[in-house]
Design a protein around this ligand. Structure first.
Ligand code: HAM
Length: 408
């Protein structure tokens, strides 16, 4: 038998249990509630997809596709991978179900695991969870503002401090000439830039702008900025977006080096960052991807969305005080156990309810109730059985009473 320790999860892949799992479900449920008010519906797409889907959408020059994919050949000789992000699968589903041909607007949200073979560290996992949204069929810049404000509403609900960074990545008219200009500029001090930057000048020059090496950042100070090189349509939209955000008193900063690590964006790009979570400061990111649907074979349809990295913000999520009563039901003698189960199931129709299957003394039941965070204790003994009542005590207010079972 192999000596390998099987009781150890893979590196960068964690269980979600105890406090973390409570926060996780609390986050997803409440974020879902918020986005449903904006007209979003739930979508679930497979975790495994064709590798080519991500190569074509996220882009072959991106680190995600190039270095970080959990990619393998399955038993049917198909080249597949665990999804590194959610947008590509949702777009695939949109096109596969011919919704691009149906016209109209589609708004979806999703949450689930994503996989990137990165070097694990705080806030950077190999399996992590995203809560994301995608909107199809709206080109108005008001939707860009709406999406940013919705994301802000989610983070505000959980009291998560953040800053908004904003950029425009132009379109097929203004991005190519800007890239040429940038390449020309970068080539003038190419030898001083790091190895990665040198590769990127060839494959994806705008990614040079967000190089993390300090020396490169210093050299890039005089680089041409995309926002100074937008075509008139992109410029009008970007100005309008800022105007709508200003009107709604949403604070943001323009970061012309914000290029995003995925190739499908055009026009609006944004990231929400926090300085409370360590080096991996991006809690959410997104933007417009008006060319992606057509690029993947669908009919030209505008798209925009974002994804939140759930693990990164879990430690910042503040749970609102539970308002609802939690019940604990127990028996004071063996004969009362059947009645206890019946009463507990009655209470479960309206409240979270714990039930204890062994008969115990008064004091022990209260200890168990507190262990389960219950605030209302229901106990049934000989007296209560005879009169078809229960003994009920509210631990916080100390109020005690007898209640008829039919009144529960
Ligand atoms: P992304 O910026 O690659 O965008 O990821 C979104 C968020 O996922 C990040 O801001 C971060 O919080 C979290 N995240 C990314 N990698 C990791 C990791 N290794 N460990 C923990 N958390 C991580 C996207 O994925 C796009 N699909 C967003 C989008 C949706 N754009 C349009 N629609």
């Amino acid at each position: 038998m192999s000596k390998e320790n099987v009781i150890q999860s893979l590196r960068g892949m964690n269980d979600l249990t105890n406090e973390q799992s409570k926060l996780f479900t609390y986050f997803c449920e409440n974020a879902a509630k918020i986005v449903k008010n904006y007209g979003f519906e739930y979508i679930e797409t497979p975790i495994l997809e064709k590798t080519s889907l991500f190569k074509r959408s996220v882009g072959e020059s991106s680190d995600i596709v190039n270095k970080e994919m959990y990619q393998f050949i399955d038993k049917g000789e198909n080249d597949v991978c665990l999804r590194p992000e959610g947008t590509a699968g949702v777009v695939r589903s949109f096109i596969q179900n011919k919704l691009d041909r149906a016209g109209g607007v589609k708004k979806w949200f999703y949450y689930g695991p994503m996989f990137r073979y990165e070097k694990p560290q705080k806030g950077r996992l190999r399996e992590f969870h995203q809560f994301g949204v995608e909107v199809f069929g709206i080109s108005s810049v008001y939707e860009d503002a709406n999406i940013i404000m919705m994301l802000k509403e989610i983070l505000d609900f959980f009291k998560i401090g953040h800053k908004i960074q904003l950029n425009s990545l132009g379109c097929k008219e203004c991005m190519p000439p800007y890239k040429e200009k940038l390449i020309k500029h970068l080539n003038s001090f190419k030898d001083e830039l790091c190895e990665d930057c040198n590769k990127r000048i060839e494959t994806n020059p705008i990614r040079v702008l967000d190089c993390k090496v300090e020396k490169c950042q210093n050299l890039l100070k005089d680089a041409p900025k995309i926002t100074d090189n937008l075509c008139s349509s992109c410029n009008t939209d970007f100005e309008k977006l800022k105007e709508i955000l200003d009107f709604n008193e949403i604070e943001y900063e323009i970061n012309t080096n914000l290029v995003r690590g995925l190739d499908y964006y055009s026009k609006t790009a944004f990231e929400f960052v926090s300085d409370e979570i360590g080096a991996q400061s991006a809690i959410a990111g997104g933007g417009r991807y008006d060319r992606l649907i057509e690029f993947l074979g669908g009919r030209e349809t505008p798209g925009i969305g974002f994804a939140i990295g759930i693990e990164r913000l879990l430690e910042l999520v503040k749970m609102k005080e539970e308002q609802e009563d939690i019940y604990y039901v127990g028996a004071l003698n063996e004969q009362a156990l059947n009645q206890v189960v019946k009463v507990a199931n009655l209470k479960r129709k309206t409240n979270k309810t714990f039930v204890e299957y062994s008969s115990r003394g008064f004091g022990k039941h209260f200890t168990l109730a507190e262990k389960n965070n219950a605030n209302i204790v229901i106990l049934i003994g000989e007296d209560e059985l005879k009169t078809n009542t229960v003994y009920m005590k509210n631990i916080k207010t100390k109020e005690e009473k007898k209640v008829k079972v039919e009144e529960l």
